[in-house]
Design a protein around this ligand. Structure first.
Ligand code: NAD
Ligand code: UGA
Length: 465
């Protein structure tokens, strides 16, 4: 079976880039990405690709290349479902904020809505692909809804989780470590799996395309994120010990990473991991484990989150302690607000929580990020509901020029590892700050010795001051 028409429901950080790459690599397939968010679709269709809603290096060029040839963005969900032979579901699956499982379970209401809409609209058999990250066994719920509310059609459900990381999405999609496809172990299931394998095989070597049963695929996605996050929490736990013992976390990371069984990646100590997925997926894993009565398993993974929360709080407290135990009325400048470099995404960014802590201590904050808008910074803070929107706007200013942002501040804190920060004229920044001038490097990004020579008091994660 050779697929000619694909629809993707959800034009977000995953749906947009993933489908753009499929469209680029498979010019014979018509790819339509749909979303209920009209503003988002309009932005994807903006003639100036600098205005597409997801910032990712290299994405603009790919969209410009394929858009309106075989890549389309639309709000007409029904039509796209009807026309497609294969439908990817790539909608958001955040942590539940209400009812049973509040604060831990994944909220699957958008997934269920998609299934009901597909069942309602479809006039022919379809392959439905779970691209969103979902709790293990969700495919059986989808199958149930599609079979019982549909028009007696045949639906095959595949799990095809996405492993791209933001900031390197295009690279990751063009050259993935692996593609994972889970499907039903039946002749129809095998046929559906093959149809999706054939799409990826247009640019991914066959030995990197792994096929499994649906449940292994669903669980592997949660597991991969849990393992990655666990590495960050492990190195962050040790960073605190380093600060007390004069061991240097960067040296420790290099020494342990040289062991090929451990490997050098994901050993960067930081102010704490952020992003839309690590926390949500681990909480989901914790919830699922507990719902099977596996309390030790749940407690084990929950510790990764507890450590991460501690790391964010610890960073804020260190700033306060260093500035003579009070930041009231003192100006502190944040360089970076995104949860990592090369993305405009701020979901669960450590910066939000560190800012909240400092604002509670009546600090006055100034924020510069090369890609995050002022509107987004305030949306993030207002969402916490700690202070009124007016109070947030009074205490925090978003400044478009980094040098201006740092002027007259007592301290600069690095919250995101944007490369440009390394190239700043730090002497100029030092001269414009109040003395003693402090730098709190939450990313171990800057050259400590060079900054100390200028006169800065440097406080980095995982090294003694
Ligand atoms: P997102 O919030 O950026 O995008 C989701 C989009 O789905 C939104 O634009 C929303 O309007 C749309 N949507 C919701 N319900 C809809 C409906 N019924 N019909 C049409 N559109 C609808 O989310 P995202 O970051 O793209 O993540 C999507 C999924 O992919 C999540 O399950 C996430 O865990 C997973 N994932 C994300 C990443 C990542 O880096 N962001 C990586 C791998 C996997
Ligand atoms: C992560 C995974 O890396 C992807 O494989 C996965 O597809 C994705 O989640 C998802 O499911 O959403 P992402 O969150 O985009 O990708 O970015 P990462 O590079 O994993 O970084 C996550 C957070 O950990 C960032 O805040 C980053 O700064 C932090 N981090 C990462 C560290 O603090 N230290 C490290 O060594 C690595």
């Amino acid at each position: 079976m050779s697929i000619k028409s694909i629809c993707c429901i959800g034009a977000g950080y995953v749906g947009g880039p993933t489908m753009a790459v499929i469209a680029k690599k498979c010019p014979q397939i018509k790819v339509t990405v749909v979303d209920i968010n009209e503003k988002r679709i309009a932005a994807w269709n903006d003639p100036d690709v600098d205005n597409i809603p997801v910032y990712e290096p290299g994405l603009g060029e790919i969209v410009a290349d394929a858009r309106d040839k075989n890549l389309f963005f639309s709000t007409d969900v029904d039509r796209a479902i009807d026309e497609a032979e294969m439908i990817f579901i790539s909608v958001n699956t955040p942590t539940k904020t209400y009812g049973e499982g509040k604060g831990q379970a994944a909220d699957l209401k958008w997934i269920e809505l998609c299934a009901r809409q597909i069942a309602k609209v479809a006039k022919g058999d379809k392959i439905v692909v779970e691209k969103s990250t979902l709790p293990v066994r969700t495919a059986s719920t989808l199958k149930d809804i599609l079979t019982h509310t549909g028009n007696g059609l045949n639906f095959q459900i595949l799990s095809n989780p996405e492993f791209l990381a933001e900031g390197t999405a295009v690279e990751d999609l063009l050259d993935p470590d692996r593609v994972l496809i889970g499907g039903e172990q039946s002749p129809e299931g095998e046929k559906a799996i093959q149809a999706l394998v054939d799409i990826y095989a247009q640019w991914v070597s066959r030995d990197k395309i792994l096929t499994t049963n649906v449940w292994s695929s669903e669980l592997s996605k949660l597991t991969a994120n849990a393992y990655l996050a666990q590495r960050v929490s492990s190195i962050n736990a040790l960073s605190e010990l380093c600060e007390h013992t004069e061991a240097d976390i960067n040296e420790v990371a290099r020494a342990i990473g040289a062991d090929s069984r451990i490997g050098p990646k994901f050993l960067k100590a930081s102010v704490g991991f952020g992003g839309s997925c690590f926390q949500k997926d681990i909480l989901n894993l914790v919830y699922i484990s507990r719902s099977y009565g596996l309390n030790e398993v749940a407690d084990y993974w929950e510790q990764v989150i507890i450590m991460n929360d501690h790391q964010k709080r610890r960073f804020a407290k260190k700033i306060i302690r260093t500035l003579y135990n009070t930041v009231s009325g003192k100006k502190i400048t944040f360089l970076g607000w995104a949860f990592k470099k090369d993305t405009n995404d701020t979901r669960e960014s450590a910066a939000i929580y560190v800012a909240d802590h400092l604002l509670n201590e009546q600090s006055s904050l100034s924020v510069y990020d090369p890609k995050v808008t002022e509107e987004q910074v305030f949306t993030d803070l207002d969402y916490l509901d700690t202070r009124s929107p007016e109070e947030n706007r009074k205490a925090l200013k978003v400044i478009k020029d980094p040098y201006k942002a740092c002027e007259n501040s007592h301290a600069v804190a690095i919250l995101t590892e944007w490369d440009e920060f390394k190239d700043y004229d730090w002497q100029r920044i030092y001269d414009s700050m109040l003395k003693p001038a402090h730098i709190f490097d939450g990313r171990n990004l800057l050259d400590k010795e060079a900054l100390r020579k200028i006169g800065f008091q440097v406080h980095a994660i995982g090294t003694a001051d």
